[in-house]
Write a protein that binds this ligand. Structure first.
Ligand SMILES: Cc1cc2nc3c(=O)[nH]c(=O)nc-3n(C[C@H](O)[C@H](O)[C@H](O)COP(=O)(O)OP(=O)(O)OC[C@H]3O[C@@H](n4cnc5c(N)ncnc54)[C@H](O)[C@@H]3O)c2cc1C
Length: 546
């Protein structure tokens, strides 16, 4: 269905759809719903066989959200919000996937989503002012706007270990888990990697496997989830105050209420009181430990107090002192890699059937037909689980052959690191939007809140253009340069860039080291986005002509 015709030459062919949306996770589903509601035509392409994005792909044992379920859900529909009942403080992957399927059905979204279809290319035709979008099925769709809802953590790193093709056992990736599940009973299993996914999966695999070998390169700070059913008291309070809570979250620096960001300095607090504060938050569980003091992320000395607190907890929990020392992170500040939230992770290393192998001392040399060889030992294995992370934030975008003005490839433009204005658009690529793109708060926030804010902004922007018969919007080089400088400036005022994290691309060999998310605070960021829109999209060039 074609809803509107290009303003300058109505006689020429119009786009087949107003917008192509790539991806059907939280972002793509909501974007489709918003655009439809405004009378735009849209077509969604999704590589998977169903909706859900992250929650479709990551079906590994123990997968669940680490932002509390009541917060990690859409806010756009009060009816949806009220009718859906989360059962646990942190919903499991199957429950979140059920929720997203419910959303797709409730808002009748599936009829505009084409599954099992990967977008392989999107090329901007300047003369016609349209995006030519190509798919793995050989289709070609013309769209006025192209909206990338491709996800920040959707492009998994492929395991590239020498010898993997000759491994006689089975191997899995946490990010592409078999739908039928895996039974590790009686098996010798290796988990490679100790990031968020591994930390969730390891305690559960350890309960099944005959022996579990955990291969760790970088230890992570992890806090106890203290998961459990949502109590009637919590639910009543949420029902009574949800609008106020949601509003407060949206206005805060990290739109996650449960962080409960304190307004006092760790260094200015007497040591005993400080320990009490850490202990209280450790007992409360979840990411609130990171909010114990306001200077943890900007002052190394303050940060050391939190880091030492977690290290002491690890030493208290893991009974073998040598294992505890390996598990305790020491060479990067607390909270500067995504804080992991676990259920029984450190205690798992007290099990007789679990061994920790420190890859910094004895790196993996190769996968062998029987298992795996490090520099000092061989391990016989039935299964290997790779939890080796993602080419975060840019991977899903640069995988697509995206070409803007003059045929310039996005990959080329971003070869020294991503450049955007507000994380929403990049200069030279008119009418191309990125939901939670690099340069926006995205992964440093509650992603659902960040997604809704971007999708709403994009929807308003398209409406603004339509009302004024404008056909093109593009970030200016100047606005982009200033924004990139600002993103770097605020990042460099924190301890974040000191860690070799996926936030800086350090987990992907050859990826330029750039701090990708915006750390300047979600509330002020969304105010900036609103201000830009109110000023007639200041920092963007708008045009009624091709
Ligand atoms: C294990 C795990 C746990 C997480 N837990 C939390 C949490 O607790 N809180 C939080 O805020 N965030 C969490 N996240 C981040 C999570 O990714 C976001 O919260 C959210 O799900 C992102 O939604 P999205 O729609 O933007 O992207 P995704 O859910 O990643 O969806 C993107 C979709 O786009 C599709 N796609 C990509 N490229 C193409 C292409 N070229 N053609 C067609 N389809 C394509 C993918 O197949 C995917 O389905 C977690 C991430 C992971 C991996």
């Amino acid at each position: 269905m074609v809803i509107w015709i290009m303003a300058d030459t109505p006689s020429k062919a119009a786009a087949e759809v107003d917008a192509v949306i790539v991806g059907a996770g939280f972002a793509g589903l909501y974007m489709l719903h918003r655009l439809r509601g405004l009378g735009f035509s849209a077509r969604v392409f999704e590589a998977a066989t169903g909706v859900g994005g992250t929650w479709y792909w990551n079906r590994y044992p123990g997968a669940r959200c680490d932002v509390e379920s009541l917060e990690y859900s859409y806010t756009f529909s009060e009816e949806l919000d009220r009718e859906w009942r989360w059962t646990e403080r942190y919903a499991s992957q199957p429950e979140i996937l059920r929720y997203l399927n419910h959303v797709a059905d409730r808002f009748d979204l599936r009829r505009d989503i084409q599954f099992e279809t990967t977008v392989t290319a999107a090329v901007f035709a300047e003369a016609q002012n349209v995006w030519n979008v190509e798919t793995s099925r050989g289709e070609r769709v013309q769209a006025k706007f192209c909206i990338m809802a491709t996800g920040c953590l959707s492009s998994a790193k492929k395991p590239d270990f020498k010898g993997l093709e000759d491994f006689a056992g089975k191997w899995y990736q946490t990010s592409h888990w078999p739908h039928e599940g895996v039974d590790f009973s009686g098996q010798r299993v290796a988990v490679i990697g100790t990031g968020s996914s591994a930390i969730q999966a390891i305690p559960i695999i350890a309960e099944q496997a005959a022996h579990l070998f955990v291969f760790q390169r970088t230890p992570n700070y992890s806090v106890p989830a203290r998961n459990g059913p949502i109590t009637p008291e919590v639910m009543d309070d949420w029902n009574l105050n949800r609008a106020r809570y949601r509003q407060r979250a949206r206005a805060s620096a990290f739109p996650i209420l449960s962080i409960d960001m304190a307004d006092r300095s760790a260094l200015a607090t007497p040591p005993e009181e400080r320990e009490r504060a850490y202990e209280e938050r450790w007992q409360r569980g979840g990411v609130c430990l990171a909010g114990a003091f306001s200077d943890l992320i900007v002052n190394q000395e303050a940060n050391d107090t939190a880091a030492e607190f977690v290290r002491a907890k690890i030493r208290e929990t893991a009974r073998d002192p040598a294992v505890a020392e390996k598990l305790a992170p020491k060479d990067y500040p607390f909270g500067t890699k995504r804080l992991c939230v676990d259920t029984g992770y450190y205690a798992t290393f007290n099990r007789e059937n679990v061994s920790l192998i420190d890859l910094r001392c004895t790196p993996i040399e190769a996968v062998t037909p029987q298992g795996l060889r490090t520099s000092d030992a061989s391990f016989e294995l039935d299964s290997i689980v790779f939890a080796t992370g993602f080419d975060a934030m840019t991977g899903a975008l640069t995988k697509i052959d995206i070409r803007g003005n003059g045929g310039v490839a996005l990959k080329e433009k971003w070869s020294s690191g991503p450049r955007t204005f507000l994380g929403i658009m990049t200069a030279g690529f008119p009418n191309l939007f990125t939901i939670t793109g690099p340069g926006s708060p995205s992964v440093l926030s509650n992603m659902v809140v960040a997604i809704e804010q971007h999708a709403d902004w994009i929807a308003s922007c398209l409406t603004y253009l339509r009302e004024r018969q404008l056909v093109k919007i593009e970030a200016t080089e100047q606005a982009e340069n200033e924004w990139v400088a600002h993103v770097n400036e605020v990042a460099n005022a924190t301890l974040y860039p000191r860690a070799n994290s996926w936030y800086v691309g350090a987990n992907v060999p050859g990826k330029p080291r750039v701090f990708m998310p915006y750390i300047g605070g979600f509330g002020s960021y969304s105010e900036k986005c609103d201000e830009v829109a109110e000023k007639g999209y200041a920092g963007f060039a708008l045009s009624a002509h091709r």
